[in-house]
Design a protein around this ligand. Structure first.
Ligand code: ADP
Ligand code: F6P
Length: 321
């Protein structure tokens, strides 16, 4: 066996399924006879030397838990060359040859820097945003969408009773996927996302027309990437005689038990990352495309934009009358 010791960390915003991914990395590494270390608090823990050796029991009873047992952080010091050098040195000092980084595109850039310093690195897409190319889904996205759909179901009950309209602001940073998938799955009347231009006047007129034709509620999903739900509601209210209630779902979307899809995705990717490190690969991001596991150069992943699923958007619009 070529590689004897690896480490794993979680970085950036947490997401449901990160624990399942940590578990898969640890258990696969142990299965293949390696030593495996957990690094606390992402790149900050790497710089500080905050490592602990993991065994089978260190990752027991976590597959179903949200958050990350390794904690996560955003670390400014690691953005500097000096920080990156210190981090690589901490790994070398312990004889750790490989590192699995679970996080978003910022964390991937960090992994790429370590790869350039001679540490074998693998990235796993841990973010609710689904904004990483070369993977159909990121770990946490499925759970976040389920949370939004569940919230909209509840909002619908009260909106229907009062014949009201609801604006729901969801996360996703610059990506509209949470809004798009949750909007389609919950029958939203409009989905406002950064990838598609929209006209609030046209939306307001449609809402008004629908209420006049007997519709008893309306749900507008707003991705945070287009702005604040409050602003959209105010604009609608200025145009028509409807005063939408606003719900900002916020960090609720990042918590709770991961869905089975996220657990399976995390388990497959964690194991795959370990096997890729064993094969001598480095500077790669792991993903699943049409069911197949793939490893793509991080350079390419961080310089590409995730393709937008216009077909899904058009479907949502056709059905949202
Ligand atoms: P995410 O991984 O969820 O996108 P961030 O963008 O906050 O979250 O990135 C997480 C961490 O990754 C940052 O705090 C920083 O330590 C590291 N990082 C981000 N971008 C870079 C970069 N260009 N070079 C080196 N490290 C980076
Ligand atoms: O990247 C995950 C995410 O939850 C985004 O959807 C959101 O824009 C951001 O992180 C929020 O960051 P913070 O947790 O620092 O408020």
């Amino acid at each position: 066996m070529e590689i004897q010791s690896i480490a794993v960390l979680t970085s950036g915003g947490d997401s449901q399924g990160m624990n399942a991914a940590v578990r898969a990395v640890v258990r696969s590494a142990l299965y293949y006879g390696m030593k495996v270390y957990g690094v606390q608090r992402g790149y900050q823990g790497l710089i500080n030397g905050d490592f602990r050796e993991m065994d089978l029991r260190s990752v027991g009873d976590i597959i179903q838990r949200g958050g990350t047992i390794l904690q996560t952080a955003r670390c400014k010091e690691f953005m500097t060359e000096e920080g990156q050098r210190l981090a690589a040195e901490q790994l070398r000092r312990r004889g750790i040859e490989g590192l699995v980084v679970i996080g978003g595109d910022g964390s991937y850039r960090g992994a790429q820097k370590l790869s350039e310093l001679g540490i074998r690195t693998m990235g796993l897409p841990g973010t609710i945003d689904n904004d990483i190319p070369f993977t159909d889904f990121t770990i946490g996205f499925d759970t976040a969408v389920s949370i939004v759909v569940d919230a909209i179901n509840k909002l619908r009950d009260t909106m229907t009773s009062h014949e009201r309209s609801s604006v729901v602001e969801v996360m996703g940073r610059h990506c509209g996927d949470i809004a798009l998938h949750a909007g389609l799955a919950s029958g939203a009347e409009a989905i406002l996302i950064p990838e598609v231009e929209f006209d609030v006047k046209e939306i307001a007129e449609r809402m008004s027309g629908n209420f006049n034709c007997g519709k008893r509620h309306s749900i507008i999903v707003v991705a945070e990437g287009v702005g604040k739900g409050e602003d959209v509601a105010r604009q609608i209210n200025e145009l028509i005689d409807i005063e939408p209630r606003v719900t900002v779902l916020g960090h609720i979307q990042r918590g709770g038990t991961p869905t089975h899809n996220d657990r399976i995705l995390a388990s497959r990717l964690g194991d795959f990352a370990v096997r890729k490190l064993m094969e001598g690969e480095s500077g790669k991001a792991c993903g699943v495309v049409q069911g197949e596991l793939i490893a793509t150069d991080i350079d390419l992943v961080v310089s590409s934009k995730k393709p937008f699923n216009m077909e899904l958007y058009e479907l949502a619009m056709r059905l949202s009358q």
